[in-house]
Design a protein. Structure first.
Length: 420
């Protein structure tokens, strides 16, 4: 009888099972390193993090542009250089060269610069939130990939046990101790186990494909060398609703501040700007030159930027609503995080104890069936109970990692990693 436990890293077994046709090519494939190493290694390759860095660069570029002073305008005009009568030719022409400079009033440039800095801060807060969220999603994807490895091993073991049971049932039928129906039932169980193995292979390929896409790895990840499911992250002490540093909450606060700065920019834009000009004019007839100067101010009769101001106020309301939602969600998650982790630990311990009990029950059922003291249905039931118990252990281990990763995200950390 084949008996496997899932309480140690599965690298050797998983690499062997990769040859069973799990759907990943071996020519350009890599095993996944430990979670902490993969988290560090994928910082430069993960598409999501690259997008967050580009968002920061965009905000920095806009902030630099916000500090720019309006360009002056240089103009040259020639008048009376062609026409009829006395204006034929260039004798009476007048040439004017001038430079015009817009002067921003009402603190427009200062408001733009403050808004630009706020946008950079918001982009950095969003990137921080994306980074911690990426660590959370990576933990779940890593755990799912490792769990798919274990489920594949379990499916292979289930098939092996079903084949052994079918062999025993066939021997008992040939010896006249069982009816032919038992052989057919055992063969049906083998076919079901084969279908379960194919399904586990497909699920494994999907899980490792998702892990590869998430990390942006240039080569497909095909196996797990260091177990995450068997690791246990230390809880974050002192994590309370009043002390949380959830990155989603900090990002929402930064967005609220950026929206307020944009409102100030729109209000300043309602103040008219002044354009001053200075130049000289050349009179060909008199062979003389004269200085010219001027000031122009737009009259705010029709456009007072009220629509943009109203839109900016609405943006603040949206940002405040998102901030309140983020705060309530973070506070609720903090209150339940410790309970969720404790429950996952209890569930995992119970699942592992149930697995040990199911293993012993199957062993006894196997002995009883071989001795002719138990019917085949009892052996099949014990084998299914063993498979279910091991499946529950895998699911409980994944749930524990999810609970630990969720608490780490609330604290602004990456599970099993340093604060970023």
């Amino acid at each position: 009888m084949i008996r496997l436990t899932f309480r140690r890293p599965l690298s050797a077994v998983c690499l062997g099972l990769a040859a069973l046709g799990a759907g990943v090519g071996a020519a350009h494939a890599d095993p996944a390193p430990s979670f902490a190493e993969l988290l560090t290694r994928s910082q430069e390759t993960a598409p999501r993090l690259a997008e967050a860095r580009a968002d920061i660069a965009r905000a920095q570029g806009l902030a630099r542009q916000a500090a720019a002073i309006p360009n002056p305008t240089v103009g040259v005009e020639v008048e009376n250089f062609s026409g009829s009568g006395p204006y034929r030719g260039t004798t009476l022409s007048e040439t004017t060269a001038s430079i015009q400079q817009p002067l921003e009033l009402g603190g427009k440039r200062g408001a733009r610069r403050a808004a630009g800095r706020a946008e950079v801060t918001a982009a950095e807060a969003r990137a921080r939130n994306v980074q911690v969220g990426y660590a959370f999603d990576l933990a779940l994807a890593f755990a799912d990939a490792e769990a798919s490895d274990r489920r594949l091993i379990l499916a292979q073991e289930t098939l092996t046990l079903a084949q052994e049971d079918a062999r025993i049932a066939s021997a008992l039928v040939d010896a006249g101790r069982e009816a032919e129906l038992r052989r057919l039932q055992a063969q049906s169980a083998v076919q079901a186990a084969r279908a379960g193995l194919d399904e586990a292979k497909a699920a494994r390929a999907v899980a490792f494909g998702n892990l590869t896409v998430l990390t942006g790895s240039p080569a497909p990840l095909t196996s797990v060398d260091v177990s995450l499911l068997d690791s246990r992250a230390a809880p974050f002490p002192g994590l309370t609703p009043a002390s949380i540093s959830a990155t989603a909450l900090l990002a929402a606060q930064a967005e609220r501040e950026a929206a307020a700065r944009r409102l100030q920019v729109e209000r300043r834009r309602a103040v008219p700007d002044v354009t001053v000009s200075l130049g000289f004019r050349r009179f060909e007839q008199d062979d003389a030159t004269a200085m010219i100067a001027g000031v122009s101010v737009p009259l705010p009769l029709f456009d007072r930027n009220r629509g943009n101001i109203a839109a900016a106020r609405a943006d603040i309301s949206i940002a405040e609503a998102r901030l309140n939602a983020a705060r309530l969600e973070a506070e609720a998650a903090v209150r339940t995080s410790a309970t969720r982790i404790a429950a996952s630990e209890t569930r995992l311990a119970a699942a592992r104890e149930g697995e040990r009990t199911a293993e012993e029950a199957y062993r006894l059922a196997r002995i009883g069936y071989e001795a002719g003291k138990l019917p085949l249905v009892e052996l099949v039931s014990a084998r299914r109970a063993l498979a279910d118990a091991r499946t529950q252990s895998i699911a409980a281990a994944v749930e524990r990692i999810g609970a630990q990763a969720a608490q780490a995200r609330l604290g602004g950390f990456a599970i099993f990693g340093e604060q970023k």
